[in-house]
Design a protein around this ligand. Structure first.
Ligand code: DOR
Ligand code: ZN
Length: 427
């Protein structure tokens, strides 16, 4: 199979619902497989699952500004390896994506990579400073067509600004994706889940309530404005309870959980390995159980990786000083398969909803998260449900090496990824 193959018959794939199908990729779309000409290139997918391409709502690509940690090209290459056909590039770059020009610049970098679709997330406030709204309307109307706005890395803490942002984005069906972290309850030094572990290790902790109080405020502001709020990286049982309550009330709230908050827990920070420093921090087992259950029952709508590459010199510091964040794109599917599917918590069709359809809907991305039917865009990933491998951080397409799964035996499901009918990754 050639990289530029525009006509390809994927034969005998199993779909997420258990059915079998031939998929004919022709000029970027799925065509009627019976129309495939004799002698067309074939890919034998016997024993493989064909799923719609994965969509990530939360990706730090670091360009412009920190190309030593990641570029749009290297980050999207990692995305393709992870089975993603679309990522959302977070706004906390340097300069910040807070103008139409900046948004178009990042969108342009995305168009040039060819690894996957890059949707641009715009900042909520200028320079992420939390003081005045960024050019939300101009970013939405720009060539980048921004629909998701976030100060991620920081919380939009001022309730009046948050209210205004929610009101503003309603006009173009935008959504405010909030990094829920009360900056007073979880100050700048806080770097560990507040628990017996933070005490034992002597690390400044932040309580789970520093997240859930912001979630509680924001869902009420979403109700007040009748607008859409999205809760980034839900990590606590209390946040899950609030979101469940809000959804029951009909509030327009959606939520994501990261692969690391599904799998990794607080005791991992006991070695002071800064790879495990992340915001929100790794939580304890009762919180992990709560977010797993919420992802299974749909209280949490989506998986968002929060892929956060960092250069070595920003991680090689004492734990409380190192930058927070960990890689996620390449192992995301493997982690979700391990924690949710192999454990019997979730079936493959629900996984597709959480990792493809729901994030595409939340981000307003037409042409992604679509069922694998004739006429739909040929964005898909072929998966070997039983393959496993020991993760090697050095084998990553990312420029960064802060991979929290290094040395772990995990499912290694991605066999090939196709975006707009072209192969973007093949094992
Ligand atoms: O740990 C984190 N790192 N959490 C965030 O919210 C931001 C991210 C980053 O940009 O490095
Ligand atoms: Zn965040």
């Amino acid at each position: 199979m050639t990289a530029n193959s525009t006509h390809l018959l994927i034969a005998g794939a199993t779909l997420a619902d258990g059915g079998r199908a031939d998929l004919y990729l022709a000029d970027g779309v799925l065509a009627d497989p019976t129309s495939a000409p004799e002698g067309v290139e074939r890919f034998d997918a016997d024993g493989l699952l064909a799923l719609p391409g994965l969509v990530d709502l939360h990706t730090h690509l670091r360009e412009p500004g920190r190309e030593d940690a990641e570029t749009v090209d290297s980050g999207t290459a990692a995305a393709a390896r992870g089975g993603f056909t679309c990522v959302h590039a977070m706004a906390n770059t340097d300069p910040v994506t807070d103008t139409a020009e900046a948004a178009e610049y990042v969108a342009g970098l995305g168009e040039r990579t060819g690894h996957c679709e890059v949707r641009v997330v715009g900042a909520v406030t200028k320079r992420l400073a939390g003081e005045e709204l960024a050019e939300l309307g101009l970013m939405a109307a720009s060539g980048a067509g921004v629909r998701v706005f976030s100060d991620d890395g920081r919380c939009v803490n001022d309730p009046l600004l948050m209210r205004r942002a929610l009101s503003y984005v309603k006009a173009f069906d935008g959504v405010i994706a909030q990094h829920s972290q009360d900056p007073r309850l979880a100050g700048p030094g806080a770097c560990c889940h507040e628990s017996e572990w933070s005490g034992l290790l002597g690390l400044p902790g932040w309580p789970s309530q520093a997240e859930s109080v912001v979630v509680a405020r924001d869902v009420q502001l979403a109700e007040l404005t009748d607008s859409r709020v999205h809760v980034c990286h839900v990590s606590t049982a209390e946040s899950v309870d609030v979101i469940r309550w809000a959804k029951k009330r009909g509030i327009k709230v959606t939520a994501e959980v990261t692969p690391h908050h599904l799998l990794l827990d607080t005791p991992l920070v006991a070695g002071y390995d800064t790879t495990f420093k992340v915001n929100p921090p790794l939580r304890t087992s009762e919180h992990l159980e709560a977010v797993r259950e919420a992802l299974a029952d749909g209280t949490i709508d989506a998986v968002g990786t929060d892929h956060a590459p960092h250069a070595r010199q920003d991680k090689d510091h004492p734990f409380d000083v190192a930058l927070p964040g960990m890689l996620g794109l390449e192992q995301a599917l493997g982690v979700v398969v391990e924690v949710m599917v192999n454990s019997g918590r979730m079936d493959w069709a629900t996984l597709v909803e959480r990792m493809s359809s729901a994030p595409a809907r939340i981000g307003g991305v037409a042409g992604q998260g679509r069922p694998l039917l004739t006429g739909e865009p040929a964005n898909l990933v072929l998966v070997d449900p039983s393959a496993r491998a020991v993760v090697d951080a050095a084998a990553s397409a990312s420029r960064a090496r802060n991979n929290p799964y290094h040395g772990r035996d995990l499912p290694d499901p991605v066999v090939a990824t196709f975006w707009r009918g072209r192969i973007t990754h093949r094992r």
